[in-house]
Design a protein around this ligand. Structure first.
Ligand SMILES: *Cc1c(COP(=O)(O)O)cnc(C)c1O
Length: 461
C-alpha cells in the first residue's frame, strides 16, 4: 500500500551522498554531541557552483561578475569562499555587510540592495566603496548628500521596476528612472552611475533576457547624458532542481489533500524541478534575444562594452547543505477519516528551520529516515513531521511521508538540499530551544573534516 503514496526523492550530488552513506556514524555522533538539529554545510559544493556560473560567462566571452545573495544562508563558510574566489556578495543590511567584510570580502566587492536603505548602511557603503542599487529618488538624494559631506563619490546602479512586474514594490519606473539619471548627471561629482539593475520574481530566463535588453537601452540613454555606465545587474532568481523531472511530474499528478495531515492544502509549491536551471539558465539568458532586439543579449552586451553582473542566492547553494533532526517521539494519528492510518513524528526542532512553511508552502523533497539501529521494524509507515513546540501549525512536513519503517525516538531525519533559504532565514530561539548550529564539512581530504561554522566577532550571528 505504502508504495502507492506520492514520493519525491531528492537529487543528490555523488560526493554528498557518499558522505551520508559512508559516515552515518559521524552524523549520529554530531547530532548527539550538539543535542540539537544540525545544519551541515559544504563550502566546496558552493565553490563548485560559483565555478560553474563562471564557466558560462567565460564560454560566452562575457565580462561578468558574480555576487552571492547572502540572505539565502547565514553560514560564514560560504562568504569566506566568496572572499577567496574574489567574487562579490550582495547584502541588504549593515549586519550582512559586516559579515561579508569579516569573511574577507573587500568593500568594493560588496553590492548593496534593498529599498530605502538606512543612513548607516549608505554610510558604510560610501566609506567602503561598495556598489549601491538605488531604489528611489529620495534614497538617491540622501546618498548624494552623504557622499558630498564626506567628500566621496558613491558607486551607483539604478534599480529598474521590471517591465513585466508593475506590481512590484521595488525599483524605479520609467519616469522616475529618467529623473534619477538627470540627478546623477547633475551630481556627478558625488555619484558615479555604473549601470542598471533589476531583480525579477519567478524563474523565467526570457523575462530576464528582455529586461536586460531594456537595461542595455537605458545605458545608451545614460551615455547620451554624458554618463559612463558599464554594468547591467540581472539580479538573482536562477532556478534550481531538487528532484528529477519524472519524479516531480509523478508527484504532482499523484498528490491529493488526504496525503497531508489535517487535509492541509497549499496555494502553491516551489517548482522542485526546472529546466534550464542554475548555470544553464544563465546561458539561456545570454543566448536569448531580448524582446524588440535582433541580436542575442551576449552580443548586445559585448557590442556596448557592458559587463554583466548577477546575484544568485539559492542556485549557488544547490547541494551545499542538508539538515538533520533527531526524532523525539512518534504516535499514531487519530484521524479516523484516513483508512490507511499514519503517524505523527515529533522532531527535536521547529519548522523555523524549514522556512518554506513560513511562506505558506511546504518543502516537498522527501525527508530521509536514518534509523538508530538496523532492526526488524521493516513494515513501511507513513508519517507527517511536527516540531517540538506547542503550536498546532508548527509542522516541518504536513505531508504523510512514506518511510520504509516506523520512525522511533532516537532515529535521525535528514532533510536534503536545504542550504538555499530553508535553513536559517526564519530561525528563532522559540521556546528557548537552541538555534541549530551549522557544521561546515569539507570532503577533500582522506576523511571528512568538520568545524562549527560561526563568526567569532559576532556572537549569535
Ligand atoms: C533575494 C535576492 C537575490 C537572490 O535571489 P535568489 O532567488 O536566491 O537567486 C538577488 N538579488 C536581490 C536584489 C534579491 O533581493
Amino acid at each position: 500500500m505504502v508504495n502507492d503514496f506520492p514520493r519525491l526523492p531528492a537529487l543528490w550530488q555523488p560526493a554528498l551522498r557518499g558522505f551520508v552513506d559512508g559516515h552515518a556514524g559521524l552524523i549520529r555522533e554530531l547530532a548527539h554531541g550538539f543535542d540539537a538539529p544540525l545544519h551541515f554545510v559544504f563550502p566546496e559544493r558552493f565553490a563548485g557552483n560559483v565555478a560553474a556560473f563562471q564557466r558560462v560567462l567565460d564560454a560566452r566571452g562575457i565580462a561578468g561578475r558574480i555576487f552571492y545573495a547572502k540572505k539565502a544562508n547565514k553560514a560564514r563558510c560560504f562568504v569566506r569562499v566568496c572572499g577567496d574566489a574574489g567574487i562579490g556578495v550582495d547584502v541588504a543590511s549593515a549586519g550582512e555587510f559586516a559579515a561579508a567584510l569579516a569573511a574577507g570580502v573587500r568593500g568594493a566587492d560588496v553590492g548593496v540592495s534593498g529599498p530605502a536603505k538606512a543612513d548607516e548602511l549608505l554610510r558604510l557603503s560610501v566609506l567602503h566603496d561598495a556598489l549601491l542599487a538605488i531604489d528611489s529618488a529620495d534614497e538617491l538624494a540622501r546618498l548624494a548628500a552623504l557622499a558630498r559631506s564626506r567628500k566621496r563619490t558613491a558607486r551607483v546602479l539604478l534599480r529598474m521596476l521590471p517591465a513585466g512586474q508593475a506590481g512590484s514594490r521595488f525599483g524605479l519606473s520609467g519616469e522616475a528612472l529618467g529623473a534619477a539619471l538627470a540627478f546623477c548627471a547633475e551630481h556627478r561629482a558625488h555619484l558615479r552611475l555604473e549601470g542598471f539593475s533589476f531583480h525579477l520574481s519567478g524563474y523565467s530566463a526570457q523575462a530576464r533576457c528582455s529586461q536586460a535588453g531594456l537595461a542595455v537601452r537605458a545605458c545608451a540613454t545614460a551615455r547620451s547624458l554624458g554618463l559612463a555606465p558599464h554594468t547591467i545587474d540581472i539580479g538573482g532568481g536562477f532556478a534550481m532542481s531538487y528532484a528529477g523531472e519524472n519524479d516531480w511530474g509523478a508527484f504532482l499528478a499523484a498528490h491529493r489533500p488526504h496525503d497531508y495531515h489535517a487535509h492541509k492544502t497549499f496555494e502553491g509549491f516551489y517548482p522542485y524541478h526546472q529546466t534550464p536551471s542554475g548555470p544553464a539558465m544563465l546561458d539561456a539568458i545570454l543566448g536569448g534575444v531580448p524582446d524588440g532586439e535582433t541580436q542575442p543579449l551576449a552580443d548586445l552586451l559585448n557590442a556596448q562594452q557592458l559587463q554583466l553582473m548577477l546575484e544568485p542566492g539559492r542556485a549557488l547553494l544547490d547541494q551545499a547543505g542538508f539538515t538533520v533532526f533527531t526524532v523525539q517521539g512518534v504516535k499514531d494519528a487519530a484521524d479516523a477519516k484516513d483508512p490507511d492510518g499514519y503517524g505523527i513524528v515529533t522532531a527535536n526542532g521547529t519548522s523555523f528551520s524549514v522556512s518554506e512553511q513560513w511562506f505558506g508552502s511546504e518543502f516537498l523533497p522527501d525527508p530521509e529516515l536514518l534509523p538508530a539501529a538496523r532492526d526488524s521494524r521493516s513494515a513501511p509507515y507513513r508519517a507527517c513531521v511536527g516540531g517540538a513546540s506547542c503550536l498546532d501549525s508548527d509542522m516541518l512536513t504536513w505531508r504523510k511521508v512514506a518511510f520504509p519503517q516506523r520512525p522511533e525516538a532516537g532515529d535521525l531525519l535528514l532533510y536534503p538540499n536545504t542550504a538555499g533559504y530553508q535553513m536559517d532565514s526564519n530561525e528563532s530561539p522559540f521556546h528557548e530551544l537552541p538555534l541549530p548550529p551549522k557544521i561546515a564539512v569539507t570532503l577533500d581530504g582522506a576523511r571528512p573534516s568538520w568545524r562549527v561554522d560561526r563568526f567569532p566577532p559576532f556572537p549569535g550571528a
